[in-house]
Design a protein around this ligand. Sequence first.
Ligand SMILES: Nc1nc2c(c(=O)[nH]1)N[C@H]1C(S)=C(S)[C@@H](COP(=O)(O)O)O[C@H]1N2
Ligand SMILES: [Mo]
Length: 418
Amino acid sequence: MGSKQPDRRAFLKRGAALAGGLSLGAVEPAIGQTPASGQSVEGQSQEAQDYSSDELIAYGQRSHHVTSVREPVNGRPSPDEFGLVFHVGTPLGDQMGAITPSALHYVGTTRGSFVPDIDPAEHRLMIHGLVDRELIFTMDELKRFPSVTRLHFIECAGNRTSSRHRTIVDSHGMTSCAEWTGVLLRTLLEEAGVQDEGTWIVAEGVEEVKGASSLPMAKAMDDILVAYAMNGEPIRPQQGFPLRIVVPGFEGILSVKWLRRIKVVDRFYMTYNDYGHLRQDSDDAALSYQIGPKSVITFPSGGQELTGTGFYEVRGLAWSGGGVVSRVEVSTDGGESWMDADIRGTPQRMAHTAFSFNWTWDGSEAVLMSRCTDEIGQVQPSREQVAEFWGRSGVKGQDNSIQPWRIERDGSVHNAIT
Ligand SMILES: Nc1nc2c(c(=O)[nH]1)N[C@H]1C(S)=C(S)[C@@H](COP(=O)(O)O)O[C@H]1N2
Ligand SMILES: [Mo]
């Protein structure tokens, strides 16, 4: 069986080279093909993995030839020597399409967390405070309510542009997109009966003082999900098993994981999370939550390499807390001129939207950028525009400025921020 493999792969290789040669009339090797000098088939020497085992038939795993993994961001290893998990980023440079595989969804924790092991049979959600009826739900009870299934990104405010970043994990690794299923928080709040003075909520996870966030009632009554499933299966422990809120379009810290309590209150509460983000003022808090129109080129991005001149599909992701992505433009000359990119699929509200752009690299130095416009007309700003607004202190709140990647003559790709 194993002996057949090289033959088959060689055939595929010839077939692809032929097809590429015909359609593009290329003299050089077809796209993605290496010249036929070194004939060795990569990975052949590795020990074979038995994908036909009972275990992997019952519950699958990716090919052992695929090695892309989450990486610590800001240089802080997870878990650390005390077992605490800090922010760990999604390898967006390897991603295809808009949905992040659950196993690669970024992990965000406010001050470092132990990922708790919660028994869903024992877990409860309490809704109390300024309500007519205080309610306590089991997981089974929550699943009896009408549910919604929605694609949404989550993004940590820690994602920012900087000259120090090398790869897209450094600059944008703390955003991911998944399909979430759960009950609208509004459904549960209506069940409890919110009193007139109830203008804010405080949502709390299982970790005592950590992981609590304040949210305005208008958002709670709009589109917040109390989610128990992610990409078709129960939410994974690192993402909040068995229950979390997903706050569409707002910064990630508000999407409280391991959710156990929602208190309806009459004012903005300065919780541990809110204090960390220096929001002593409720107007400032409510205004700075929403993530602006944003996009990034995932290929080619920092640390990757172009293997020769010619045709490339430039790929990326765009998103906005303001709703649907309506337009994505790409520049290959450092922002001098812009051209429309192709949007993949039907963009969803507050969800990553994949885009692509056909490009022929002539071998000269080039600076690639992308720019997102959302359905309410907001346009992603350049770093210069952001600096003009915020001054030398840098961006407060989220940084949604344009990320430039420089292609060097040797094909290497670097962060172009100086
Ligand atoms: N209970 C709890 N919820 C939490 C956190 C936390 O530490 N504890 N971290 C927050 C932060 S800072 C972010 S960015 C998001 C990350 O969600 P994810 O890990 O599913 O990507 O969860 C938020 N929810
Ligand atoms: Mo975060």
